[in-house]
Design a protein around this ligand. Structure first.
Ligand code: NPW
Ligand code: ADP
Ligand code: MG
Length: 286
């Protein structure tokens, strides 16, 4: 039976910030994605990362997305995904999130190749959306040399990657498929649904008991990918950080759903700093 993630994970993971710190202490994150059709996806992922407090956030995307990105999020740095400086930038990062709105083009494939060639064991890679669909087509795209991998498929993306049809995605089958995909085991699977399951590298299984159907709207998973990346950038790639990120996303969604019919991903991101302050403060008082 999976263990339920509970509210206490938030105060366990979210730390009150110390005075003698600067942005470099809260992690560097690069988000890669956003084709000419799907710019919104990488912007929503970026908003997730910025609003959980990543210290420095950079975005590698199609140049057509620059104005929209900077109009919404001047906190984010930008690099054209064709830029020859991308490999050097990847090397400077703590966390790389790849996939939201990436698409399936030759360029998208090239970007995954560049990521794989430049990532090191000190870094965490979060793969979402199109990046997972490309891995489903060719397992060589998996950046297995990263120190830690986090995969965030929805059920259909996981079907494509694991070859397990949705009704057959049981915890045991998912763990077996994950082991086959990443035999070295430095991987966490966040299998998204109305009650997301999280599979740790030690074979542990967790279920998220919260969340709501107001969250069933395009961009909600992109936002989660950014939240997961931003939390790891600050608090490290432990399973607890990942569980806290999943819980926080749904907790914020539930707060908004109390008096909104639909939960907009951008509104969810806006609400995160206040929620995090509350949980960090409660730890301070202990
Ligand atoms: N604003 C933007 O720029 C946005 C851009 N986006 C970008 O679009 C790209 C494609 O990603 P995608 O997720 O939209 O398409 P795909 O992978 O084909 O999945 C849909 C298929 O899976 C099925 N399905 C079954 N179970 C499911 C489940 N639990 N959750 C979800 N789906 C489930 C589902 O079933 P059906 O609806 O038919 O019942 C359907 O057949 C990717 O790069 C992404 O980042 C989006 O992020 C949106 C906002
Ligand atoms: N009915 C629901 N109840 C709870 N959470 C939901 C529901 N529908 C969607 N979600 C959440 O929204 C997110 C959807 O992810 P995904 O399908 O990748 O969205 P997108 O690709 O459009 O950004 C997941 O985190 C999922 O858990
Ligand atoms: Mg998605």
């Amino acid at each position: 039976m999976p263990t339920e993630i509970s509210e206490k994970i938030l105060s366990e993971v979210i730390k009150t910030r110390k005075s003698a710190t600067h942005k470099g202490n809260y992690g560097r994150i690069l988000l890669i994605g956003g084709s000419d059709n799907y710019g919104g996806a990488i912007i929503m992922a970026t908003e997730g990362a910025i609003n959980v407090g990543a210290g420095l956030t950079a975005v590698a995307t199609h140049s057509v997305n620059l104005t929209a990105l900077h109009a919404r999020d001047p906190e984010a740095m930008f690099i054209d995904w064709h830029d020859k400086g991308l490999p050097a930038l990847i090397k400077k990062m703590d966390v790389i999130v790849c996939g939201p709105g990436l698409g399936m083009s030759t360029m998208a494939q090239q970007l995954l190749k560049i990521l794989k060639e430049n990532v090191t064991a000190k870094q965490t890679v979060v793969l979402d959306a199109s990046a997972l669909d490309l891995v489903a087509q060719d397992k060589n795209f998996l950046p297995s040399n990263a120190g830690h991998l986090v995969l965030t498929p929805h059920q259909m993306e996981w079907q494509r990657v694991s070859q397990l049809r949705i009704p057959f995605q049981t915890d045991q089958a998912n763990l077996t498929a994950l082991k086959q995909l990443v035999p070295q085991g430095n991987v966490t699977l966040i299998l998204k649904s109305n009650h997301t399951h999280v599979y740790g590298e030690d074979g542990s299984v967790f279920i998220n008991p919260i969340g709501n159907p107001g969250m069933a709207t395009g961009g909600m998973g992109d936002t989660l990918a950014g939240i997961v990346g931003g939390m790891i950038a600050q608090f490290g790639p432990d399973l607890k950080t990942i569980l806290a990120a999943v819980y926080l996303h749904s907790y914020a969604g539930d707060q908004l759903y109390e008096d909104n019919y639909v939960v907009k991903p951008t509104a969810l991101s806006q609400s995160l700093p206040k929620i995090m302050k509350k949980y960090a403060t409660s730890l301070e008082k202990c």
